[in-house]
Design a protein around this ligand. Structure first.
Ligand code: FES
Ligand SMILES: [Fe+2]
Length: 428
């Protein structure tokens, strides 16, 4: 008992850990989560500690830092991170925190530098994180080697950059190998960001992901998206029609000839990847369904590649078409505040104003993102009511949401127990 009290004093979240475990263990699996998961500040702090600081996160694309010295920054909750391309093309990720007195080191979203120089007192780091220079008055026994930047785990595949803030990240080699294989036809060294958007949604990050994991709402909400998108992407989906199955068979024969991978792949519930046709006669997610960029991606022989859909929990979904790709990153900002960043990618040699018009390219998803923002925000407002209680997901229309919540609950429980041995004892 004494130990427990001590634990509570040491960890302000100890009580929240216990109640979270209790709620996750007693939740109804096919129902939405209890209210605190969507609006409670302590539970949000746990989400950040146990999910966003322990799981692999999608950070950005390798094409955003194409050459030595290019960097990008992002915030994972309270943790500023910098990702930089070093010598010989190596990509490094660090806590963006100076080892002198802790100032944020890189203050811009993106840029290019010869060395990483702290704006406060100019401590200077090599692109691989080694401290090179710390002024002249640090004393004769000061050892530069002890003050390098703190590294963050980073992996790349198929142009994607993933980071992990934990000491021992979970394995994901199999997913990365498959991702590399599926993105090979797009030659991801030859892409660029044509345009991007960042929106802030007044909703918990889980509501943003839940909304993305179903198209039950598409008919009522997304007229622009439904010009091109199939609401399902699997011939085993209960909604798949004979016409869809015939279209899939026809397209898969083409993709076989073109040596473009399409089979549905899953890696636990964390990753899902599949290529699915667009609506018949449609080749891209544009207002008219025609290519948004005349120069196709990579080695693709024609624009009619359907859409390669890639899911990475907890924070990314993506659509790769023949002419352009759209990548999405979700970063929580607060219990009811989430940043959603969308980037439209095209071939790096495509010329703006000639091969593509950025305004045209982004029209469908600008509209869709805004519609989804409104849906998530209304969902949040209702959930905040004292009348809210968990409601049932449809297993036909919302199995993707069930999968996400299962993944979340499993990872939370595993990660929480790892951190709180007293809970393991209590359950043992
Ligand atoms: S805090 Fe970075 S140089 Fe002082
Ligand atoms: Fe939507």
């Amino acid at each position: 008992m004494e130990k427990h009290v001590l634990n509570t004093m040491e960890d302000p979240l100890a009580a929240a850990r216990e109640s979270t475990v209790e709620m996750l263990q007693t939740r109804k699996r096919t129902f939405s989560l209890p209210q605190p998961f969507y609006n409670d500040a302590r539970l949000f702090a746990l989400d950040m500690q146990e999910i966003f600081e322990k799981e692999w996160l999608f950070a950005g694309m390798t094409c955003e830092i194409p050459t030595k010295g290019n960097f990008m920054t992002l915030d994972v909750g309270d943790n500023p991170i910098v990702i930089v391309r070093g010598g010989e093309g190596t990509i490094h990720a660090f806590h963006n925190v100076c080892r002198h007195r802790g100032s944020r080191l890189c203050t811009k979203d993106k840029g290019k530098v010869a060395k990483l120089v702290c704006p406060y007192h100019q401590w200077t780091y090599e692109l691989d994180g080694r401290l090179l220079f710390a002024g002249s008055d640090m004393g004769s026994d000061f050892n530069l080697d002890q003050f390098g930047l703190k590294p963050v785990h980073v992996r790349t595949a198929g142009g994607f950059i993933f980071i992990n803030l934990s000491d021992e990240p979970p394995a994901m080699d199999e997913f990365l190998e498959t991702l590399e294989h599926y993105l090979e036809p797009y030659q991801m060294d030859n892409v660029k960001v044509a345009t991007e958007s960042s929106i802030v949604e007044q909703a918990n990050w889980k509501l943003v992901i839940e909304n993305n994991r179903e198209c039950y709402h598409c008919n009522g909400a997304h007229p622009e998206l439904l010009n091109s998108l199939q609401e399902f992407d699997d011939t085993d989906d209960p909604r798949a029609t004979p016409a869809y199955k015939a279209l899939v068979a026809r397209k898969q024969a083409d993709w076989d000839r073109e040596q473009v991978p399409y089979q549905l792949q899953r890696f636990g519930q964390r990753n899902r990847m599949t290529r699915t046709p667009m609506l018949d006669g449609i080749v891209s997610m544009t207002m008219d369904g025609k290519p948004g960029c005349d120069k196709l991606m990579g080695r693709l022989p024609n624009a009619d590649m359907g859409s390669l859909r890639i899911l990475h929990l907890p924070n990314s979904w993506n659509h790769f078409m023949g002419d352009h790709a759209i990548v999405f990153r979700v970063l929580p900002l607060g219990p009811q505040k989430t940043l959603v960043t969308t980037k439209w990618l095209v071939h790096k040699d495509a010329a703006e104003g000639v091969d593509y018009d950025p305004d045209q390219l982004r029209r469908v998803w600008d509209a869709t993102n805004d519609q989804d923002r409104q849906l998530a925000e209304e969902n949040q407002r209702g959930i905040n009511s004292k009348a809210y209680q968990p409601g049932p997901y449809s297993e036909t229309y919302e199995f993707g949401v069930i999968d996400f919540v299962d993944w979340y609950a499993t990872r939370m429980l595993e990660n929480l127990e790892y951190d709180t041995p007293s809970l393991q004892l209590a359950q043992g």
